[in-house]
Design a protein around this ligand. Structure first.
Ligand code: UDP
Ligand code: MG
Length: 310
């Protein structure tokens, strides 16, 4: 029987691994409960894979899940959720931006009966203004346009009760936004504030392109708003056209020169063409995701992993 499962996705984090292991051990040993650390190697190329294997050989509490290639952070965490056996599962970044010591605060709330305890970033150290700005914008946009109320300024650092993990594991959607999924599930949820530290070592594995992809998955996964925008635009431009027709007819009959020439036509055509192409692109985002679901490929492929549930 395991009480706490700690899940850390690893993508080229060789310099963070020993310190992560040390601090997680220190914190979890202090609880005097049985625990495990699940390290998911998300296709690392810097030797992290072997380092994880070594750690697992030395410490039986470490359980390695090694992917066949890089599948991305959200998928790596999902695999961790699949393999976790604990009554409470904690998702944590491997770069020590989420201090393992905060796990004790999360656990306290869990013992009080909360089933999702998410860590809220009250302060962030060592991030660029661009990251802070885009992240802040992103959380607020998602909050506005999605149907589930995803708490502001929270990442994936959180504790999930076994009940929640089982429900999330039954949701096999390919384009995953775990924060949204955890909010969607319901149950008793609460936030705990913490100070997000700077990276212990290495550089971010979330370049702008990956952040954009995560944002798109979040929006498409939890909202139809972008699809509805096309409808609103359609009504507005059709309405404008209907209003414009009598105006133009009257102006022409009155001999006005205002509507001769091609510029007006060109602008209207370009504008509407643009709106239509953007709408088509948005539709494409949804259809592409639909196609991925239809293919029914597995979420991830493991090279090595413990038997599930053992
Ligand atoms: N990560 C991963 N696969 C990826 C990218 C990142 O498993 O494709 C892991 C990474 O090793 C780290 C966590 O996800 O443990 C968060 O990534 P990172 O710290 O680079 O993101 P940031 O904190 O800069 O947003
Ligand atoms: Mg980080």
């Amino acid at each position: 029987m395991i009480t706490y499962s700690i899940i850390a996705p690893i993508y080229n984090e060789i310099d963070n691994l020993p310190e992560l292991h040390r601090r997680v051990c220190e914190v979890l040993d202090s609880t005097r409960e049985p625990w495990e650390l699940i390290l998911i190697d998300d296709g690392s190329t810097d030797g992290s894979t072997d380092a994880i294997r070594e750690l697992a050989k030395k410490d039986k509490k470490v359980r390695p899940v090694i992917f066949a290639r890089n599948f991305g952070h959200q998928i790596a965490v999902s695999a961790g959720l699949d393999y976790a056996r604990g009554d409470a599962v904690v998702i944590i970044d491997a770069d020590l931006q989420d201090p393992p010591e905060v796990i004790l605060d999360l656990a306290k709330k869990w013992e009080e009966g909360y089933e999702v305890v998410y860590a809220v970033r009250a302060e962030r150290e060592g991030e660029s203004w661009f990251k802070l700005f885009t992240a802040s914008l992103f959380y607020r946009l998602i909050y506005r346009i999605t149907d589930v109320k995803i708490p502001l300024d929270t990442g994936d650092f959180r504790l999930l009760d076994r009940k929640v993990v089982d429900v999330m594991n039954s949701m096999r959607e390919k384009h995953r936004f775990l924060r949204g999924m955890a909010a969607w599930v319901g149950f008793k949820q609460i936030g705990v504030e913490y100070k997000r530290a700077a990276r212990h070592a290495g550089v971010t594995k979330y370049p702008f392109k990956k952040m954009l992809k995560l944002a798109l998955n979040a929006i498409t996964g939890f909202s139809y708003f972008p699809l509805q925008v096309a409808t609103y635009f359609g009504f507005v431009s059709a309405g404008l056209a209907i209003l414009a027709i009598p105006v133009v007819v009257i102006e022409r009959l009155a001999g006005s020169q205002a509507f001769y020439g091609q510029a007006t036509t060109l602008i209207a055509v370009l504008f509407l063409g643009g709106v239509q192409l953007i709408s088509l692109g948005i539709l494409g985002e949804y259809i592409g995701r639909l196609y991925d679901e239809a293919k029914g490929r597995p979420l991830y492929i493991v090279r090595e992993a413990p038997e599930k549930g053992q």
